[in-house]
Design a protein around this ligand. Structure first.
Ligand code: HEC
Ligand code: HEC
Length: 210
């Protein structure tokens, strides 16, 4: 009796999961354009605009190397430097080894406060995985990383678009980089422009400069 209930439950929940997965996938891929429908030249132009976003401090400050030192750009300064107060993400990338990021960066979808208050998001504040290294890299380096499933979390071009929408649905870091709180600069364009550029770049088969 117990086993049967368990099996029934497992079956029920996996089909619910499968169903939600399907619905989500349909939702998320509406941004994708047919592969090959965009020329290489247009794809490279889209990449130039993407590059200006991913190298911007609001994005790159979290996408750092294995030293796990977050970068900040304090209000009134124009160049980025190591986060003050000796903060380290550690191997956890979320600071569990020393002081968790959420000690100061709350998990909240409320509008970001003005600098120098710590920014927040709808998911726990943390560094990006080491593989997703952007800070201090050239645009061409980041381009090759982003199109490499071995270094981008196993994502193809459509998977990258899904990540943008998924992150947005959680009030995550990506759309909020365009609403960082007064006193902080924003990446060029809008979040929706960025999604469109990623779709163009993907449909052109992710060309990289150089
Ligand atoms: C607060 C830190 C933080 C900020 C700010 C941030 N990210 Fe990330 N990013 C992460 C984390 C953590 C992950 C890992 C999430 C995952 O893979 O599910 C990630 C993963 C990604 C990925 C997945 C694939 C890859 O190769 O990186 C993309 C794309 C991405 N971020 C884009 C951006 C863009 C664009 C911005 C700025 C508009 C940005 N991020 C700002 C922390 C951040
Ligand atoms: C003791 C409090 C504190 C802790 C803990 C802390 N931060 Fe911060 N962080 C701040 C403050 C305050 C700012 C904003 C400074 C400013 O704008 O002048 C900030 C800014 C940042 C920025 C820059 C945001 C931007 O848009 O440029 C990043 C990235 C960042 N923190 C990452 C982290 C990560 C990752 C952790 C955990 C490993 C962490 N912080 C832990 C207080 C903290």
């Amino acid at each position: 009796m117990r086993t049967t209930t368990l099996i029934a439950l497992t079956l029920a929940s996996s089909s619910i999961l499968a169903l939600t997965g399907f619905v989500l996938a349909k939702e998320d891929t509406k941004d994708a354009l047919p592969l090959g429908s965009v020329s290489r030249a247009e794809g490279l132009q889209a990449w130039k605009r993407i590059e200006a976003v991913v190298t911007h401090p609001r994005c790159a400050n979290c996408h750092v190397d294995a030293k796990a030192v977050p970068i900040w750009t304090p209000a009134g300064e124009t160049t980025s430097r190591a986060h003050g107060m000796n903060i380290h993400g550690g191997p956890s990338r979320i600071g569990t080894e020393t002081m968790v990021c959420s000690t100061c960066h709350m998990t909240s979808t409320q509008p970001n406060p003005a600098a120098p208050a710590p920014p927040h998001a709808g998911i726990p504040w943390q560094l990006a995985p080491v593989d997703f290294l952007w800070y201090g890299q050239t645009g061409a380096d980041i381009c090759r990383q982003l199109r490499d499933p071995a270094r981008n979390g196993g994502r193809d071009a459509v998977g990258l678009l899904e990540h943008l929408r998924h992150d947005a649905s959680l009030g995550g870091f990506i759309p909020r980089s365009w609403e960082p709180g007064a006193g902080r600069t924003t990446p060029p364009g809008t979040f929706e422009d960025h999604v469109k550029d990623m779709a163009l770049w993907g449909a052109a088969e992710q060309p990289c400069p150089g």
